[in-house]
Write a protein that binds this ligand. Structure first.
Ligand code: HEM
Ligand code: HEM
Length: 182
């Protein structure tokens, strides 16, 4: 993500809202799928955990669209002082995270559709059938969804540790400018 804005040294209110709302939804999606593992097969708790996982994930995708548009239009504040390679690394991480919030929910929806159980939107009669039923494709989408899901524990963890490192060890504005506006 290279476009920087002249609008100031902080992220705008909407950018801050999108960042933390998406973070909470991704955390909810992860928590729900982990909790599902502790529920008995066929139980109401298992269905609730799966439903929470799916809908938290769909909301990530719903917010990802205006978030990316806002980012493309408004840009981001210029990076804090730091070496060129650190700025490049942060930019690459941010690009990966943007890709993740689109690709991961889409793979979830594709998995369900290819399995022949597309996600139904309650009260509308609509189904998010992004693919025709196909066992081979279902396995591929599921495998990708699981692999990316596991890998991003580490990517998100690194991103969060980097933010905390900037805040507590380097003492710069990196976390503050994504936290609240002046
Ligand atoms: C950011 C959003 C999402 C994240 C981080 C995420 C992450 C994960 C993870 C970590 C797993 C467990 C993989 C494993 O067993 O190793 C999983 C499974 C799954 N996810 Fe997602 N997911 C997201 C969105 C979605 C969406 C939007 C849907 C569908 C509407 C979905 C459908 C599924 C399905 C069907 C499984 C397999 C569940 C099972 O058989 O136990 N996911 N997801
Ligand atoms: C699901 C989890 C997360 C995702 C998907 C995510 C995604 C992103 C993205 C895409 C950016 C770049 C924003 C832009 O320039 O438009 C960003 C920036 C940032 N994130 Fe996260 N983030 C997550 C979690 C966290 C957590 C847990 C923290 C803190 C502990 C954090 C702290 C920050 C900070 C401080 C910035 C601004 C960096 C800068 O100004 O260079 N993020 N995040």
């Amino acid at each position: 993500m290279t476009k920087t804005s002249l609008a100031g040294s902080r992220y705008s209110g909407p950018a801050i809202f999108f960042h933390w709302a998406v973070f909470l939804l991704v955390a909810a999606a992860y928590a729900a799928i982990e909790l599902k593992g502790f529920t008995p097969r066929g139980s109401a708790a298992r269905a609730l955990a799966m439903g929470t996982h799916e809908w938290a994930g769909v909301l990530v995708l719903v917010l990802a669209v205006p978030r990316l548009l806002w980012r493309l239009v408004r840009g981001a504040p210029a990076p804090e002082e730091g070496s060129r390679w650190m700025q490049l690394l942060a930019g690459a991480m941010h690009l990966l995270l943007y890709l993740f919030i689109f690709i991961q929910p889409l793979l979830g929806l594709l998995t369900l559709a290819a399995a022949g159980h597309p996600l139904a939107v309650p009260g509308t009669g609509l189904e998010l059938a992004l693919a025709a039923p196909d066992d081979g494709l279902k396995d591929l989408f599921e495998e990708l969804h699981e692999t990316i899901g596991s890998a991003f524990y580490a990517v998100i963890g690194l991103h969060a540790v980097a933010a905390l490192f900037h805040h507590y060890m380097l003492g710069d504005n990196t976390l503050r400018r994504m936290w609240r506006q002046r």
